[in-house]
Design a protein around this ligand. Structure first.
Ligand SMILES: Nc1ncnc2c1ncn2[C@@H]1O[C@H](COP(=O)(O)OP(=O)(O)O)[C@@H](O)[C@H]1O
Ligand SMILES: [Mg+2]
Length: 312
């Protein structure tokens, strides 16, 4: 990102603990400490104080809680703003933006509790507008695809940019090479063009000839999870009420299984219930009116997905 001038946080990498520690002692909080390798979604800490940052650094580089994934650590400037997931289809040349979404990782309302695979999402973000859309495409997505090409590693498919929209514009926190989950559940229902046509054009390098259309509707998705998730949980409980929903409600099955005609829970995140509406508020109202009709033992879900007054 630095090489290609793609907006991101200022950061420095270290493979020596003593140097990282010395550097950290000269920073002011909050500060972000990241294990460089894969850490099952637990590798990033936003430290509120320098002692906390030092403790995290030691656990990664000295105690090696992530093993070799912590051989290198990135110490990064804290960015404040609103977080958003942006997406684009690309055949390595053409870049077609998708609609963006916001997701909710912590398990409880008000972003409390441990992180999960995602407890819900909505699209479009309430703070999204055409100016932001243009900046994201021109300053992040297009330069990223171009940079990958110039690096001799052309990227095709769905590009996911995890962005912090700061007062200084959007900055990249991370990339993923896939649709986000649970973002896909609230972006794909808004897609009017056939996804197969888009993917074929990606494969055949003629994405520039495709006209991708999106619905203006807002979409809200809420995950219903098993008791105990994201910790340990039991499965095999009957799910009732799936046939009692308003007919425009979508239910995505994630952790379910069918046994002698009965749908049973079979995972931590069991279902995502999705509604569309003319506004975010309408979609939200529809989701939360339908969720109580679905039941399984111990089920829990966040009550504040797409709640605008939280300022998120
Ligand atoms: N520089 C930063 N400033 C502020 N928050 C950050 C920064 N980097 C990461 N975060 C926060 O940490 C979360 C996890 O970071 P991310 O890079 O998405 O890691 P993961 O690979 O675990 O998803 C982000 O969603 C964001 O909320
Ligand atoms: Mg992330």
């Amino acid at each position: 990102m630095q090489k290609y001038n793609i907006p991101c946080a200022r950061s420095t990498s270290f493979s020596e603990y003593s140097q990282a520690k010395e550097y950290l002692l000269k920073q002011s909080p909050p500060i972000v400490v990241k294990a460089d390798g894969l850490a099952a979604g637990k590798g990033v800490t936003v430290a509120e104080t320098i002692p906390q940052a030092l403790e995290v650094l030691a656990s990664i580089m000295e105690s090696r809680i992530f093993g070799a994934a912590g051989d290198k650590v990135v110490i990064e400037e804290y960015l404040s703003g609103r977080e958003m997931s942006a997406f684009a289809f690309t055949d390595a040349q053409a870049v077609i933006p998708m609609v963006p979404a916001c997701d909710y990782k912590p398990v409880f309302d008000g972003d409390q509790g441990p992180n999960t695979g995602g407890m819900g999402s909505y699209s479009p973000p309430y703070f999204y507008n055409s100016t932001l859309a243009k900046t994201v495409t021109e300053d992040v997505m297009e330069p990223t695809v171009k940079a990958m090409r110039q690096e001799g590693r052309p990227y095709k498919g769905v590009l996911y940019g995890g962005l912090m929209v700061t007062d200084d514009g959007p900055k990249v926190l991370e990339y993923n090479a896939r649709f986000g989950d649970p973002e896909a559940q609230v972006t794909l229902p808004r897609l009017k063009t056939d996804l197969v046509d888009i993917m074929l054009a990606v494969v055949n390098n003629n994405l520039d000839q495709i006209d991708v259309e999106w619905s203006e509707d807002a979409c809200v998705g809420v995950v219903m999870a098993s008791a105990g998730y994201p910790g340990s949980y039991k499965t095999g409980f009957p799910i009732t009420g799936l046939n009692d929903l308003d007919k425009d409600i979508l239910v995505f099955h994630a952790g379910t299984k069918l046994e002698s005609g009965q749908v049973l829970t079979n995972g931590g995140r069991v279902l995502t219930v999705v509604a569309t509406g003319k506004t975010i508020a309408e979609a939200r109202q529809k989701v939360y009116a339908n969720i109580p009709r679905i039941h399984f033992e111990g089920c829990h879900y966040r009550k504040d997905i797409a709640e605008i007054k939280r300022g998120r």
